[in-house]
Write a protein that binds this ligand. Structure first.
Ligand code: C5P
Length: 223
């Protein structure tokens, strides 16, 4: 379908996929994020006329046509890539499943097996979304939340704590959708001008359709 120009003139920076936190030269910590939702957002944003920068962790997906893709592995690399492009962004969408922790120290050589048990020491990664949202002139920031309980409560908390304009939340206790699925169902949360929490249900649909609905909601907050 042709672009209708809803986002023409806007620069969207989108993160997607998992991060990979190295343990040693041959091992890492990661998660099951497929990157499909972030790539769908990038594809639809481009179709709606936006300039799109996609900062992607390792995925099996083809780069969307006409989108600038920056490939990264770790959370720290993801943050550095974002900081190199964020100054011109109108919108930042944090769709990546960023690892909450990385190794305190990455071993320079392959770790040999030793005793029957071993411990890895982890330290917190930077919160990329919160870092972008607390800039002096931040772009409009959108976050994702995958929760198994109290979805609305955690979404509202995240809106405030991370200074977001919009949260797209899904209930990951429904294992038929979400991670690695082609479909998704989400609830969007935001605050209106009076500070009231608003919500909108996006019924189960393909990730392209969900992405377009999220971008239309984002557009309503611009200008
Ligand atoms: O706090 P929580 O991890 O549930 O928040 C999820 C949202 O925050 C997602 O939009 C995710 O991309 C973003 N996030 C981030 N950097 C982190 C952790 C989460 O940008 N280190």
């Amino acid at each position: 379908a042709p672009a209708n120009g809803l986002l023409t003139g806007k620069h969207l920076v989108i993160t997607a996929g998992p991060t990979r936190e190295p343990i040693d030269p041959v091992r890492y910590l990661s998660n099951h994020s497929s990157g499909k939702m972030g790539y769908a957002l990038a594809t639809q944003a481009k179709r709606l006329g936006a300039q799109v920068t996609l900062v992607s962790g390792p995925t099996q997906l083809a780069p969307p046509a006409g989108v600038k893709v920056i490939n990264v592995e770790s959370a720290q690399e993801m943050l550095a890539a974002i900081e190199s492009v964020i100054a011109t962004a109108d919108v930042f969408i944090g769709c990546a499943a960023v690892a909450d922790y990385r190794l305190a120290e990455v071993a320079g050589q392959k770790i040999k097996k030793q005793q029957d048990s071993m411990q890895l020491q982890l330290v917190r990664n930077p919160d990329i979304l919160a870092t972008v949202a607390s800039r002096v002139n931040p772009p409009l920031c959108v976050g994702f939340a995958a929760e198994t309980q109290n979805v609305a409560g955690y979404a509202e908390d995240k809106l405030k704590r991370k200074r977001l304009a919009l949260i797209a939340a899904n209930d990951v206790s429904d294992t038929s959708i979400g991670f690695n699925s082609d479909d998704n169902a989400m609830t969007l949360y935001w605050h209106d001008a009076d500070g009231q929490l608003c919500q909108r249900e996006l019924a189960r649909a393909g990730k392209a359709q969900i992405a377009e609905a999220i971008l239309r909601q984002v557009h309503s907050f611009l200008d």
